[in-house]
Every structure is written in C-alpha cells, then in structure tokens.
Design a protein around this ligand. Structure first.
Ligand code: G4P
Length: 540
C-alpha cells in the first residue's frame, strides 16, 4: 500500500461523539445519522436503548444482553464517501468516567441542546472535557418543532455559561409563534418546515429539499413567509451580522467558536444543512502528542491507545474487551503489536468493528477507527500500542468523583475475592477505589462520577465475584489527587495526623485526599501550601 492510500483513508475518517443532557434527542439524532447514512432503513432500530430507564435493574437487564451496550459504544458507518466513527457517551444513569474518557478518543463533538432547555447540567460537564482538549464542537439545537426559548437567548446562554463563541450557520424562522424553518446564512438557502410532511416522514432518512434564494431580499421569501415573517428574519439576520464576527475556521478548530444549527431530529429537519457543514468542517484525525513528539495520523507507524475496558462481557469466560482508538497508521488483522507498558509483543485477538447493530471482525483499520479487542488481562486504560515504537500517548486523566460510599463486607472471609473484584472493577475505570495508605487499617471508600456506578459495583461484586457488600454513608464530597510542588514523595502518615480531610491512595497507589466539603478543601489549600490539589489524576 502506498502512503497516498493511507493518507486518503485517514482523511475520510470522522471520529466524534454527541454530548448532551438526557432527553435532548441523542438517540434520535444517532438514529437519523444512521438513516441518512443508509445503514438502517427505518427509524426505530436504535430504540432498544430508549427503554433504558435510570433504575439499576434495567441497567442490569440490559447488561445481560451485553451485545447491545457494546454495539452502542461505537457506531461506524459510511456517509457520502466518509467513514463516520460515532462514539457513545452514555446518559446520566450510567454516567461514569468512561463517558469522559471517550471524549479523549474523539476528534470533535456535536453538542445537542433541547431548544426549550438550553444548556443543561450534563452538557456542561461533558463540554468542559471537550474544552480542555481544545477539540472542535458543533452545536445543534433540537426540538425546534416545539415551543422553545428565544434563539438569541440560547446563543447568549451558550456563550456565557460555556464560555465559547457561537456562530449560527442556520437561523430559525418564525411567523407569529410558529416555527417555519431555517435560513442558511452562508449558502443563502431557506429550508421550510412542513409539519405534515415531517410527520409522514419521521421514520425515513431524508428531508424536503431547500429553496435557493438570492438573499434576504428575494421576493420568494415574502411570498412564503409574509411581510411580517420576512421582516423578523431580516432584522434578526442583521443583528447577527452586526453582533458576530465572520466565521473563523481556526477558532473553530481549537474549540473557541462553535457553529450552531437549528432543527428537529425526529422530524428529519435541519439535519441536511447540519450534515453538510459537519462533513465539510469536522476534522480528520489530527496529530497526537506522544512522549517523543507529535505523531501525524497518516504516519506509517501504527499507534493506538486503550480508552475503555469492559470486563466480564461473557461471564463464563471472565473476558474483557478493550476499546482501542487508532491514532496513526494502519492496522492489519494478525499483525504483531507492541504493548509499550509491559514491553511485550502480542497479537490482538478478535479485533472487532461495529456497524449499527452488527459486529464484524476487522481485516484492516486506519487512524481514527476504534477496535474492540479481547483482553486477556494485559490492558489498562491509557495503554499505548505500537508496531514496535517505544513511546506513549499522554495519560488519560482520571476524573474527580462526585459520589462516595464506604464499603462494608457482609462476609469477612471473602476478603480475597473482594480485593480481586474491586481491583478489577477499578481498573476497568468505572469507579475510583480509595484505600488507606496503611493497608492494615481503615476503610475502603469508593467514589464514582455517577451514583449508579456504585450500585452496579455492588451488583457485579455479588454476581461476578460472589462477594456481598453494603454501603455506608461517608462524610466526603470531594477527592483531590495530591502531589508536592517540589516533586518529593509525600509523607502520608504525617499528613494524616494534620487531620484536614482523609488521606488515602487510589488503585494505582497515587496519594489522594478526601474532603467533607468545599470549606475543608479550602482549608487544606491554605494550610498545606507545599501541596498541589488536582481534580484529575493527570500529571500527579
Ligand atoms: P436521549 O437519547 O438524548 O435521551 O433522547 P431521545 O432521542 O430518546 O429523545 C428524547 C425524547 O425527545 C423522545 O421522546 C424523542 O422522541 C423526543 N425527540 C427527539 N427529537 C425530537 C424533536 O426534534 N422534536 C420533538 N418534539 N421531540 C423530539 P419520548 O416521548 O421520550 O420517546 P418516544 O415515546 O418518542 O420514543
């Protein structure tokens, strides 16, 4: 294969995630992308996911059919000559560190907002991770068919709450209080919304074609929208021109300005315009930082990293699947892979790709693609894989949990199984494990980004390791990884005697402090000036 082929293949990869608050329409939008891509023929195919309520029992029932949750972790589908890799960021119930880490494996994101609700809690959290990584973010305001917030108010909210510039590429048109469509500001096109047509085509994957206009003075607009409707559109367009800069693609590339679109996913409305810009502007895999410098995605060296591990996919075999994002080069089935952390060479067993509801064994894959590989227990999140090169990618950070519980064993004789189970689940990365620095004394505290993860751990410890546990409340609401400014090791025993917060170590023996509240964290920051308190485990 020539390099030109590799470059071509890499260029047509678009690896992204949809970030949103539950109910904004992520499942619906995903399904429409699959429909528009011709992967599925009828809406409803992805609906299985919608039955997922927040109850633990539902999560478990679903987990029994691991196939579903795995398939929805990554969706790969062709779209107009491109290879789309859509990585799922689960909803609030199963919200976990995985969700954050997935955002380290993408090259861009679509932020989906409900037009009536604007920027919601979970969107904010996910957005922060994208912002840290400086990846481009598209904004799609959904549910325009319903009464929602004023579009200027939404623009203002995104700008002030998230601190990102917004450039509306399409703009909603209203006559009276009725949504009539969108105006494409760059292409001078009008997309008219026909509620009846939309209803009849909800399960399809196409929308009515737009009308090309010469500009906002085009007489056709007045015919369609009436004098008042056109006046409003002209006034608003003028305001937008006056208020905003022209679209700056370099500020988009660094995630400083987000192109915004309006539409209705369920009604196949506004998606064509969005997809057109998305396919045009969404970057292909870009160079990634490694310990030996930047590595271009179309470099012929193969490299990848593990961003997610799912244990016990098949209980009978205790197997684990590691999700691997390819960062450079090409993967060929059967090729020898170098596992940098353990300095071992291995072959990836059953490398799997996912297409809508199907999985298939991969013969070849390129930078930007995601593989699921069976993990005999050698992989950890953040591991770098190469075709021989001795370098690593940046560590994927661990994120500070928001829910904490003290773990109590029902049967003290099962200590060994517990240690094994809890260690494996912590390595899988869905929970944080805090042990006392002196292993002989003290409690084990678990921390998770989402409350459901704690319940899931309890269930899985019993189900997969035969250990019953219960939780007790613990006076803790913050965890911070700690390090000394001078790089020296911390005397944890001495620190514990200060009695400011609880001193512990995480699953990789990195020092952590747990705090009852913000006041206690502030005290620690004030009283312990030699220490750095980090919200993520990055770089401690
Ligand atoms: P999520 O994955 O982000 O949680 O959201 P999901 O797609 O499941 O959508 C949440 C609800 O919003 C669904 O209704 C869905 O039909 C609806 N929805 C999605 N896009 C639009 C839109 O453009 N306009 C309107 N009006 N509604 C939209 P539901 O009643 O919860 O589910 P269902 O009974 O429709 O399956």
């Amino acid at each position: 294969m020539t390099d030109a082929v590799l470059t071509h293949e890499v260029k047509r990869r678009k690896t992204f995630a949809i970030i949103s608050h539950p109910d904004a329409g992520k499942t619906t939008l995903t399904e429409k992308l699959l429909l528009y891509g011709g992967v599925i023929q009828l809406a409803g195919a992805v609906k299985a996911k919608r039955g997922r309520a927040s109850a633990v029992s539902d999560w478990m029932a679903l987990e029994r059919e691991r196939g579903i949750s795995i398939t929805t972790s990554v969706m790969q589908f062709p779209y107009r000559g491109l290879q789309m890799n859509l990585l799922d960021t689960p909803g609030h119930a199963d919200f976990s560190e995985d969700t954050y880490r997935t955002l380290h494996a993408v090259d861009g994101a679509v932020m989906l907002l409900d037009s009536a609700k604007g920027v919601e809690a979970q969107t904010k959290k996910l957005f922060r991770v994208c912002r840290q990584r400086k990846i481009p973010i598209f904004t799609f305001v959904n549910k325009m068919d319903r009464p929602g917030r004023d579009p200027f108010e939404l623009v203002g909210e995104v700008e002030s709450v998230l601190g990102i510039g917004v450039y509306p590429i399409t703009w909603p048109i209203f006559t009276g209080g009725t949504f009539r469509g969108v105006y494409h500001r760059l292409a001078h096109r009008v997309y008219l919304f026909d509620a009846e047509f939309a209803k009849s085509s909800q399960s399809a994957g196409a929308e009515a074609p737009p009308v090309k206009v010469s500009g906002l003075d085009d007489p056709m607009l007045e015919r369609e929208l009436g004098e008042e409707g056109v006046k409003r559109l002209r006034d608003e367009a003028e305001l937008l021109e006056a208020a905003g800069d022209s679209f700056d693609s370099s500020r988009f590339a660094t995630g400083d300005v987000s192109p915004m679109f309006f539409g209705s996913a369920i009604n196949n409305f506004g998606l064509e315009a969005f997809l057109e810009s998305f396919t045009d502007m969404m970057p292909a895999p870009s160079p990634r930082a490694t310990s030996t410098g930047l590595l271009a995605a179309d470099d012929s060296q193969f490299s990848a990293f593990v961003f997610k591990i799912q244990a016990n996919m098949d209980r009978a075999h205790r197997d684990r699947v590691a999700f691997v994002r390819i960062c450079s080069g090409r993967f060929d089935r059967g090729m020898k892979i170098h596992h940098v952390r353990t300095k071992r060479d291995l072959r990836l067993a059953n490398p799997t790709q996912f297409l809508a509801q199907d999985r298939s064994i991969v013969e070849q894959a390129y930078a930007g693609d995601v593989l699921g590989v069976y993990d005999p227990g050698v992989f950890e999140i953040g591991d770098t894989l190469t075709d021989g090169g001795d370098f690593t990618f940046e560590d994927i950070p661990s994120f500070a949990p928001e829910h904490f519980s003290r773990l109590v064993m029902a049967d003290p004789l099962k200590r060994k199984q517990l240690a094994k189970g809890i260690e494996q689940l912590a390595q899988e990365g869905t929970i944080q494990l805090y042990r006392p620095p002196d292993a002989r004394a003290g409690d084990i505290i678990l921390g998770a980004v989402g409350q459901l993860q704690l319940e899931v751990v309890k269930y899985r410890l019993k189900d997969e390791y035969g250990v019953e546990i219960r939780y007790e409340g613990v006076n803790c609401s913050f965890a911070r990884w700690i390090s000394r400014r001078d790089g020296q090791p911390i005397d944890l025993q001495a620190l514990a005697r200060e009695r400011i917060g609880t001193v512990a170590v995480d699953v990789r023996d990195r020092p952590v402090m747990l705090f009852a509240g913000e006041w206690q964290l502030n005290t620690a920051v004030r009283e312990l000036p030699d220490l750095v308190f980090a919200e993520t485990a990055h770089g401690v």
